[in-house]
Design a protein around this ligand. Structure first.
Ligand code: NAD
Length: 379
């Protein structure tokens, strides 16, 4: 029966834990052994006692976890030295961010670790319950709206009071994928007037079904969607026209939430510095694409800046600011993937099955995903 290990996250500001006591307990009932580093769940409000009560064993430090674990589960990609501590032939399961953590991926390969990256789980219906990109985007979209609501000097809902009528805030959401749709739903629940745009045609209906207005734009006809449902990179002309259409709305908008991403590319610039100057003083942009370069030209990842009275939040790792639910959702994704891998604790499924093959980055001493190998070799 493989031993599943949960080390404490070491990345600064990371509060999530990869496995919560509830799922540790389910794995123990499935006859796996689970070893958890003391304090691993602390920042997400999960106490060591809860893990013990669920049947997990506690380890005093990370080394003890890496020594015992045949499967290591994590949120953040392992640091190079963590990867080097893993047992030869062990399995890693968690985010891997190969574009920024090439050395760790190489180190996992050298250790003979079979590494599964959660962000590479194929986005097919069957794998939805293991899709941590989507679950974390859901948390980020929700949180972005709360940040926007507390940054503007205005309330979101329409209020009719004895002290007069307060008009609602207008929120513009750019990019209506997983994070954007959750941002729309959250802003609507808070009573804002919500507008949204996404170049993928299927999205207009989803936006309207949440009670928001889909912003119609006259844009060049382009093939905007990949077979996998992602947006394709758009032409310079497409983006120029889109910026024009967004720019025309900005003087009336109090909060902009940007979530636009093109898989594997720098995020498109949708709001230029000049466009920011057209926004009302006291308004805010929360840029969820900040770590992929930002949708606003002025965004600084991880920082909040002000430009002519407009606050621009370079949002980074928002799920870590909602650690209880973010851990709960992430842990559920991890549990479902483990359950998929091991329908019975002593009987793993064929590792060449579609979901495992898609998520696997290293095996038998090599990086087995060609695109990732090229990325890591480029450095
Ligand atoms: P993402 O994070 O890559 O991108 C976010 C959004 O930005 C996307 O909706 C994209 O269309 C949009 N975008 C790109 N360029 C833009 C531009 N110039 N202006 C405005 N918006 C722009 O995508 P995501 O949210 O992770 O997923 C996108 C879609 O993939 C989902 O809406 C869904 O249709 C599909 N999906 C399917 C599954 C599944 O079947 N298992 C799981 C997750 C997502």
């Amino acid at each position: 029966m493989p031993v599943i290990g949960v080390p404490r996250e070491t990345f600064p500001g990371e509060t999530r834990v990869a496995l919560i006591p509830q799922h540790a307990g389910q794995l123990v009932r499935d006859t796996h052994a689970v070893v958890v580093q003391r304090g691993a769940g602390h920042a997400a409000s999960f106490a060591d006692d809860q893990y013990e009560a669920a049947g997990a064993t506690l380890a005093s430090d990370a080394d003890a976890v890496f020594e015992q674990a045949e499967i290591v589960v994590k949120v953040r990609p392992p640091a190079e030295d963590e990867a080097a501590k893993m047992k030869r032939g062990a399995i890693y399961l968690g985010f891997l961010s190969p574009a920024t953590h090439g050395a760790s991926v190489r180190s996992l390969a050298q250790q003979g670790v079979t590494a599964y990256a959660l962000e590479y789980v194929p986005r097919i219906s069957r794998a939805q319950s293991m899709d941590a990109l989507s679950s974390m985007a859901t948390v980020a979209g929700y949180r972005a709206v709360l940040i926007a609501a507390s940054a503007i000097g205005k309330m979101f809902p329409l209020l009719i009071t004895a002290a007069g009528t307060v008009p609602p805030a207008t929120v513009l959401v750019l990019g209506a994928g997983v994070a954007g749709l959750q941002a729309i739903a959250t802003a609507k629940r808070l009573g804002a007037k919500v507008e949204a745009f996404d170049p993928r045609p299927a999205v207009a209906e989803q936006v309207r079904s949440l009670g928001a207005t889909f912003v119609e734009m006259e844009l060049p006809k382009e093939d905007v969607e990949t077979a996998g449902g992602y947006a394709r990179e758009q032409s310079a002309e497409f983006l120029r026209k889109e910026q024009e259409a967004i720019g025309a709305r900005l003087p009336k908008v109090h909060a902009v939430i940007t979530t636009a991403q093109v898989f594997g590319q720098r995020a498109p610039i949708l709001v230029t510095a000049e466009m920011v100057s057209r926004m009302p003083s006291g308004s805010v942009i929360v840029d969820l694409a900040s770590e992929s370069g930002g949708n606003c030209e002025l965004t600084r990842p991880g920082a909040t800046i002000e430009h002519r009275g407009v606050t621009i939040v370079g949002a980074s790792n928002l799920p870590a600011s909602v650690p209880i639910d973010a851990s709960q959702m992430y842990s559920r994704n991890v549990y479902n993937l483990l359950k998929h891998m091991y329908p019975k604790a002593d009987a793993p499924i064929d590792s060449d099955e579609e979901i495992l093959r898609g998520a696997r980055l290293t095996r038998d001493g090599a990086i087995v995903n060609e695109a990732v190998r090229a990325l890591v070799e480029r450095g």
